[in-house]
Write a protein that binds this ligand. Structure first.
Ligand SMILES: Cc1ncc(COP(=O)(O)O)c(C=O)c1O
Length: 372
């Protein structure tokens, strides 16, 4: 694929060197026309719901291809925070006195906020402290004790460029009958996740970052083996086993993960995301990752000790973090001037090369850094 990047022309990139896919992925050029066709054409013709619901099916089908599990196991959600609240509140095991949920201090804060507020007072949270190496399976082994009911596992950590040792963590948890909830916000579309092999209990993710599908098209995946453990509180007629039954005295949960759906769903975000997720699934997670890591390798060689995110491939997410001490501010000014888009977090500059980036983008970044 490199150096002739056949995918770049498919995206709207303007003139910038764009490394912010950890925040918002670039839109496909075909997105607008495709939305016109999939959403407006049904609305303009007549009663649109059959066509609109087909869009949501397409979204779930695309996820099913990307993550290699049945589409019935995916439920559309608005964002990860609300999906996590719905899930946590649905689990009877967390209502038992003394239940404990495991989180890490470097999980995305919104996940912590959502879980802290959704849990009953009798349920406690234990945090893996932020000074421990979250990429180390031994750390997880230490914390995955039998008293944990649910382990929240971020796959890719947004501020540090680290990957959790996901397969090992899920295996450890499954062996001890601990439920697992995986956050793939920063890995979906850039790190391979095969749920049929991994076998966690639950997963949440969204389409806005590496999947390039815009905001509002998040998802909750429920392993069919864990579905019976879920009794959502936040429901609506689309969560009903038979939504068109309309008997106010008889609510029964949908027989799939759609029990987490709720009331009348939004559609436009899923139309955009269905297209971009299919696009990424066609390329394949393995190719997406290889391309991303090849570009990262280019900078590892150049930047030396400033490279703060992990060097070992199995510990690296799609994002690199570069710390430049006193030079950081000046480097950010130069990047801005040269239209190289990256951002700064506590640990340093975040750079996320995606399928629409090429070697020339990395060279531009390197020469901007070296010039300071
Ligand atoms: C790891 C991780 N989880 C979750 C989120 C966002 O969650 P939400 O969809 O609720 O905004 C982000 C956003 O940057 C993230 O990086």
């Amino acid at each position: 694929m490199m150096p002739n990047n056949q995918y770049k022309a498919d995206f709207n990139l303007n003139e910038s060197c764009y490394f912010l896919s950890h925040s918002v992925g670039r839109p496909l050029k075909s997105s607008k026309a495709s939305l016109e066709k999939s959403f407006f054409s049904h609305w303009e013709k007549s009663e649109p719901w059959d066509g609109w619901l087909e869009i949501v099916h397409d979204f779930r089908r695309a996820l099913s291809r990307l993550f290699n599990v049945p589409m019935e196991e995916f439920c559309p959600q608005t964002n990860l925070s609300s999906a996590v609240v719905k899930l946590v509140m649905s689990l009877d095991v967390l209502k038992k006195p003394g239940a404990i949920v495991l989180l890490s201090e470097i999980d995305f804060p919104s996940m912590g906020f959502a879980i802290q507020h959704a849990l009953p007072d009798t349920c406690k949270i234990k945090y893996i402290p932020k000074h421990l190496d979250i990429t180390d399976p031994n750390v997880w082994n230490e914390y995955l004790k039998k008293d944990i009911s649910l382990a929240f596992v971020t796959h890719a950590y947004s501020n540090t460029g680290q990957l959790a040792p996901l397969a090992k963590v899920v295996r450890l948890a499954n062996d001890k009958n601990i439920l697992t909830l995986i956050d793939v916000a920063q890995s979906a579309g850039i790190v391979d996740v095969d749920l049929s092999l991994l076998k966690p209990s639950f997963m949440v993710g969204s389409s806005v970052k590496w999947l390039c599908g815009g905001p509002g098209a998040a998802f909750l995946w429920v392993n069919s083996e864990n579905l019976d453990e879920c009794s959502p509180l936040d429901v609506g007629w689309f969560s009903h086993e038979s939504p068109f039954e309309f008997n106010i005295h008889d609510f029964r949960f949908h027989q799939s993960s759609l029990r987490f759906w709720g009331g009348t769903p939004s559609v436009i975000p899923y139309a955009l995301a269905a297209e971009s997720i299919s696009y990424m699934a066609n390329i394949g997670s393995v190719t997406l990752r290889e391309h991303n890591q090849a570009l990262i390798d280019r900078i590892v060689i150049e930047v030396g000790d400033e490279f703060l995110s992990p060097r070992l491939l199995e510990k690296r997410s799609g994002t690199i973090v570069l710390g430049f001490g006193d030079r950081l501010e000046k480097i950010m000014q130069v990047l801005k001037k040269k239209n190289i888009m990256a951002d700064v977090r506590e640990q340093g500059i975040r750079v996320s090369p995606h399928i629409y980036n090429e070697l020339a983008d990395m060279e531009q970044l390197i020469s901007a850094i070296v010039s300071v």
